[in-house]
Design a protein around this ligand. Structure first.
Ligand code: SF4
Length: 196
């Protein structure tokens, strides 16, 4: 990365813009790979979980329908493949990677983090305020399971170490623990579903 950065820095004018464009290109490609991987999971019955799961599953069903048509239909195949790629690319452009979730930031007005922060018109999600168990744009996938499992284990340890007088703290941690268990349960259930 140093060599790349130096290359851009030595160019006169617009260096930062070019670097940013390059970074964005890599991000889009990485996101496209991730969307494609999750679509493959969907095809194998490994569904997304979380509040945004239904929407994402519907999108995958739409893509699946188009691919099935292109496989069985007449030679409008190439146009159909391009359409699928365009749809996947557009979806990939909304994807932001949270530590414990995927964030499909397609509509700022639905972003829970922005509502909580009081900045409903911002053009990026606020990862620091993310509450993926409640945000309609969030999904959880098997790759997020370890983070939630660790969070649940740590919270359980904290709960066990609290003295009997710490009632408020106990209630907060218990809610946090229940939420983590709920997310884990939803991920596990979604792993063995069938396509819509
Ligand atoms: S709350 Fe989380 S999932 Fe929802 S928009 Fe914000 S960062 Fe994305």
């Amino acid at each position: 990365m140093t060599a790349t950065t130096e290359g851009y820095a030595s160019r006169p004018g617009g260096a930062q813009a070019e670097l940013l464009a390059e970074v964005n290109k890599h991000e889009t490609e990485r996101n496209l790979d991730l969307v494609w991987a999750e679509f493959r999971n969907y095809q194998q019955g490994i569904m997304p979980a979380g509040p945004g799961a239904h929407e994402l599953t519907e999108f995958f069903a739409h893509i699946d329908g188009k691919l099935t048509t292109s496989e069985t239909g007449p030679p409008k195949t190439q146009r159909s493949d391009r359409e699928v790629l365009n749809l996947l690319t557009r979806r990939a452009q909304t994807l932001h990677l949270g530590t414990a979730n995927y964030c499909w930031f397609s509509d700022p007005s639905r972003a829970l983090c922005l509502k909580l922060a009081g900045t409903p018109n911002a053009d990026r999600p606020l990862a620091g305020m993310c509450d993926s168990a409640r945000c309609p744009q969030a999904t959880h996938h098997p790759c997020h399971r370890p983070v939630w499992a660790e969070h649940a284990a740590q919270t359980k340890t904290f709960l066990g170490s609290l003295g009997p007088t710490r009632k408020t703290e106990r209630a907060r941690l218990q809610a946090d623990f229940n939420r983590a268990l709920g997310v884990l349960d939803a991920i596990d259930t979604a792993i063995n579903q069938t396509k819509e």
